[in-house]
Design a protein around this ligand. Structure first.
Ligand SMILES: C[S@@+](CC[C@H](N)C(=O)[O-])C[C@H]1O[C@@H](n2cnc3c(N)ncnc32)[C@H](O)[C@@H]1O
Length: 230
């Protein structure tokens, strides 16, 4: 299933995930108010949003491939924003699943509740993930998908959130996150990947999705290594 063709030392542990099927070509589109909500949040709180535009449909669908498509599952989405990744996750969910969307920005959390009533929106900080999930009756989960702006976080915050993610993943669960160009070459992104390798047994990088602003790929992380949480 994986074709391993590392192109650089940094890519040595990275292999390819399958291309998104051609049926994924149609865009799910935006809901009314999505663009206005994104622009408003990005202008008022750029250091929290950390993106020029919402994730495109192709990249969102690639991110959502870690959601089990053949059985019910508990899925957590971190930094749901205006919901493009939420829509891609919803499209894969089987009956009986739960989809929890954690969003730190109150306006965006309200927007998600108003536009996507099937989502279980939790207003809060991903660094508080275990407590937030417990508050809605969830312990372990089958997948975590993230569009968090990792390169805006300092090292301690990256570690804090990653440790929370590892603590809630079932042993066979997966964590998928976006790695955008060109920020993937920044020191904070390199440090982030080092932290991923410290915490996961396998990290698989997708091809780059060029039709996204900015172009980006998905890192799929599996088999969290056991780490004691404070
Ligand atoms: C780059 S935007 C992505 C939004 C949307 N998921 C998308 O793909 O277009 C990052 C989102 O993460 C949220 N965010 C940033 N830090 C967060 C944190 N510590 N916990 C939860 N959400 C956070 C921001 O408010 C923003 O909505």
């Amino acid at each position: 299933m994986m074709s391993a063709r590392p192109s650089s030392p940094a890519a040595r542990h990275l292999t390819s995930v399958p291309p998104v099927p051609s049926t994924d070509e149609e865009s799910p589109g935006h809901r009314p108010g999505d663009v206005r909500a994104f622009v408003s949040a990005a202008v008022q709180r750029p250091s929290t949003i950390g993106a020029m535009a919402p994730t495109g449909a192709r990249l969102a669908r690639l991110l959502a491939t870690v959601v089990p498509g053949a059985r019910s599952a508990v899925v957590v989405e971190l930094g749901a924003g205006t919901g493009p990744v939420s829509d891609a996750v919803q499209a894969r969910l089987r009956p009986g699943s739960r989809h929890l969307a954690i969003e730190i920005d109150r306006d965006l959390a309200d927007h998600l509740r108003a536009t996507r009533p099937r989502l279980d929106v939790v207003h809060g900080d991903a660094a508080d993930l275990r407590r937030l999930l417990r508050s809605v009756g969830v312990g372990e989960v089958d997948a975590v998908v993230s569009a968090l702006p990792w390169t805006l976080f300092d090292g301690a915050r990256q570690e804090e959130i990653l440790d929370q993610i590892c603590a809630v993943l079932r042993p066979d669960a997966a964590f998928a996150t976006i790695s955008a160009h060109p920020s993937s070459f920044f020191p904070a992104a390199k440090e982030f990947r080092r932290r991923l390798h410290e915490r996961f047994d396998e990290i698989v990088a997708s091809r780059t999705v060029w039709r996204n602003v900015p172009p980006a790929r998905v890192l799929v992380c599996r088999r969290p290594k056991l780490r004691a949480l404070p």
